[in-house]
Design a protein around this ligand. Structure first.
Ligand code: DP6
Length: 302
């Protein structure tokens, strides 16, 4: 392989509408439930890989960073597969602000896995890449395929597309979250009573969600998206000690949404493990809906 070779790929974060929360197997990072997401195509992580002379290096948004265990694990896996131990330089740039509530681990790890596959010419299938990305971060698995994606706890595949749906992030707060999603989900699994009940219903919910997507029933889907977000955050709060990501400004956004939806559901919110809500709206309703959020800092996501 030429020492001057450099490859570049692009990946996106995603927003889960049915959320992954909990691990069936911590060692292999197998998710405890299926999840469904939309790709946030306007937000990108651009990752380049070349050979390095100074050991493996990771440069993120221009700064040299320490390689964490997950990054080391995935690099080693590729090096062993191709039997080439030469050090590499990974450069990654996000076009969205750090810690603004956009899951940078999903786009970061999916980009890394895609970039390593291209650099080493391993030609793994989409399914295998989604498994490798999941080993690093559950949500990253869903950033390997395009459009609307289902993760079956182990691997991910595209199930549909819905171009009429636009997604925006309402950037309320840039402070980093106090409880990481990994830590939060482990605490929930260990302590929450409500969580166990959720797992008994989740496969039916996934099935119904797919039906709403296939029949393009946006009102039923939007209602489900909001109720799923409320359910997961209620379960987090019922964990012990309680986990709370949504703050007063977030509750304000929820109230505005329910006010807009008084007569007809036109918009949905969804909070991940962070303070900033994503809102979902049909293209035809954007103007009408966004005029209610003129005082907010809004980022267009797809
Ligand atoms: C609330 O994928 O960040 O965003 O597998 O431990 O890295 P790890 O967790 P991560 O968790 C995502 C949690 C979520 C829901 C979701 O994206 O499905």
């Amino acid at each position: 392989m030429s020492l001057h070779k450099k490859i570049t790929i692009i990946s996106n974060p995603n927003i889960a509408i049915i959320k992954y929360w909990g691990k069936e197997n911590i060692e292999e990072n197998i998710c405890s439930n299926q999840s469904i997401s939309f790709q946030l195509t306007k937000l990108t992580t651009t990752t380049s890989i070349s050979f390095s002379k100074d050991g493996d290096e990771f440069i993120f948004n221009g700064d040299k960073c320490k390689l964490n265990n997950k990054i080391k694990f995935i690099i080693e896996l590729f090096k062993e597969t191709v039997k080439n131990n030469q050090p590499i330089r990974i450069e990654s740039i996000n076009n969205f602000p750090h810690s603004c509530g956009i899951a940078s681990s999903a786009s970061g790890f999916s980009a890394l896995v895609k970039a390593l596959d291209k650099f080493y010419g391993t030609n793994f299938s989409e399914q295998d890449l989604s498994i490798l990305a999941r080993r690093c971060s559950g949500s990253a698995s869903r950033s390997i395929p395009c459009d609307i994606v289902l993760c079956n706890k182990i691997s991910s595949r595209s199930i549909d597309k819905w171009e009429e749906i636009k997604i925006f992030l309402i950037n309320l707060d840039g402070t980093p979250k106090k409880v990481s999603s990994t830590e939060g989900m482990c605490r929930t699994q260990e302590t929450s009573f409500f969580y166990k009940e959720r797992l008994t219903r989740i496969d039916d919910k996934i099935e119904l969600c797919i039906e709403y997507i296939k029949s393009k029933d946006h009102q039923s889907l939007f209602k489900m998206i909001m109720r799923e977000s409320n359910e997961i955050h209620s379960i987090m709060f019922e964990s012990y000690p309680p986990i709370r990501y949504i703050n007063d400004k977030g509750f304000e956004v929820m109230e505005i949404v329910h006010e807009i939806n008084k007569n007809e559901i036109k918009v949905a919110y969804s909070f991940d493990a962070g303070t900033n809500p994503f809102i979902f709206v049909l293209k035809k309703d954007i103007e009408e809906v966004l005029k209610n959020f003129k005082d907010y800092n809004i980022i267009e996501c797809n």
